[in-house]
Design a protein around this ligand. Structure first.
Ligand SMILES: Cc1cc2nc3c(=O)[nH]c(=O)nc-3n(C[C@H](O)[C@H](O)[C@H](O)COP(=O)(O)O)c2cc1C
Length: 226
């Protein structure tokens, strides 16, 4: 059996009683098969992005963010819309992901919990633009609009409604399955490498799937184990 898909959950709201955070806590509390999910809780600790500070040694909260993205198989965001776009503190987090490159080619998706008629369309258009710029792999099948009213969040900070839980779990499962699909594509890359000289592009493609894959032999061994 292959290792669980490690999904990093990132909330765009700093609000104590955030509905977006409740969705992410619920994902941890009601795990989806084949998924190990953890919440990134360092949003408030990140310094204002300044390119001058994007050098070693990085500020500790930034190093933590980048390490956690690097260790994850996929990243799932849930964010409110502020003034027609993304909350400033959350855009700040996304700006810190650009220089490190850990998020490049990472499968990503978002859950939209807005109950507004617009469905926070501005925030999600902004997310698509920023995550596209960052070179992530946006998994549309895992992007979901699941309106969550404040009263749907229990005193324990979790969502208990079965229908909402099913919708949330379906989005998480779609993100998990995107990783699996990518691993199969990795095997196809190996097949191709067997027939044609290995190019740096092939190695780059396969090393995005499994860190540490540097050659066709590495990729073949890794695929055989998974
Ligand atoms: C400063 C501010 C600006 C907002 N701007 C928008 C907006 O442009 N569009 C929208 O749909 N909701 C807007 N909202 C409402 C929030 O998106 C909404 O309260 C959301 O559910 C908050 O998510 P949270 O519970 O996770 O913090 C705004 C809220 C605040 C505080």
């Amino acid at each position: 059996m292959s290792a669980p898909c490690q999904i990093l959950l990132v909330c765009g709201s700093l609000r104590e009683a955030s509905t977006n955070a409740a969705v992410l806590r619920t994902i941890v509390a009601a795990p989806v098969a084949g998924v190990s999910a953890t919440v990134f809780d360092g949003l408030a600790l990140l310094p204002h992005f300044n390119p001058d500070d994007d050098t070693e040694p990085l500020p500790a909260p930034v190093a933590d963010l980048r390490a956690r993205i690097a260790a994850a198989d996929a990243v799932l965001f849930s964010t409110p819309e502020y003034a027609g776009a993304l909350p400033g503190s959350f855009k700040n987090l996304l700006d810190w992901t650009i220089g490190g490159g850990e998020i490049y080619q990472k499968p990503v998706a978002w859950i939209n919990v807005s109950t507004m008629p617009t469905g926070a369309a501005g925030a999600h258009a902004s997310l698509r633009a920023v995550l596209g710029y960052a070179g992530t792999r946006i998994i549309d099948a895992a992007c979901a609009q699941i309106p969550v009213a404040r009263h749907a969040v229990g005193e324990d900070g979790l969502i208990h409604d079965d229908a909402l839980r099913r919708e949330i779990a379906a989005a998480v499962a779609a993100l998990r399955d995107a990783r699996t699909a990518r691993r199969y594509i990795g095997c196809l890359v190996v097949e191709r490498c067997d027939r044609t000289p290995l190019t740096s592009q092939h190695v780059r493609a396969s090393s995005h799937i499994q860190p540490g894959v540097k050659s066709a032999d590495d990729a073949r061994t890794t695929c055989a184990k998974s």
